[in-house]
Design a protein around this ligand. Sequence first.
Ligand SMILES: [Mn+2]
Length: 332
Amino acid sequence: MNVMEHFDGAEQFFSVCEQLKGKRIGIFGHLHPDGDCIGAQVAMRDILMQCGAMPLMGLAEDKFPLNLQWIAQDYDFVRPEEMAADEYIFVDCGIMLRAGDFAKKLPKPLMLIDHHVSGEKFACHNFFYPEAAATCEIIADFLEQKQWTVGAATATALYVGIVTDTGKFSYSSTVARTLFLASQLALWGADPHRIFVEIYENEPREKFALLQRFLASLEFYAEGTICVGRLTEQDFMETGTTANDTEGLVNFPRTIKGVRIAAIAYDREGKTRVSLRSDDPALRLDLFAAKFLGGGHFCAVAFTVNDPYEKFEKNFINALQVHMDSFSGKHP
Ligand SMILES: [Mn+2]
């Protein structure tokens, strides 16, 4: 067996954490928090408490996605405007402003832990690994390398981050290290089956009404290699859902034979939100999203445009075809 490739920087990571004894540390993730973001916040809170610091987890939203509430409910989250901290740590947040507008007023954060390929190293200490499957994978790896044991609650939070960001261990970012660390987290008390049921088998019925509409809306382009689904304000209203219920829908067209790029475009607060997925890192969706001031990973990105979709559609489809043609056959 090959030697496992760990992330470097574990030594530096813990030495920074250990200097925070007695300090109030604000921990922020990104807007529209996902499993990786919440998992990393919970894990950082645990590590900092073990270091004698006073961690505070920040949340710039009113609530969490329904399928993640079970994990967040055991913790207090503080609104950014009510946060009084000495230092700030950002997790799973490629660009500082993705945490929310409040971030404009913050001093330079002490630490960043992230894996978004389009991210910026905006903190004093940047633990930035675009090859990581999840921010939680980075933290789990640091813990494992330094033999820092964590309890079942933190192991569960980290496992949630990894299982969600890897599409249940299916994306190309899933490597031996990812599975090894998932196994380590299970040894520390994460229960893979229970986590799976909580996240993936608790879907509200309304979401299936939305899924029906999404599947009915699918359009194919470029000889079936591009597939786009569309949801309108009216779809959300008539099914009693919100933009939060779109989570995971784009994965359906992604699995259709012949589809290389799948997209969902939906209305959100008068704007159009677009999420794209591909099964091939060579297609460099991160570079496509950058044209629309979005970001993400090689195979998974999102961006927002100010126009209604109908106005933006033609340019979008054209640009996507041009992008796919120019990146097909290349490797990153
Ligand atoms: Mn992530």
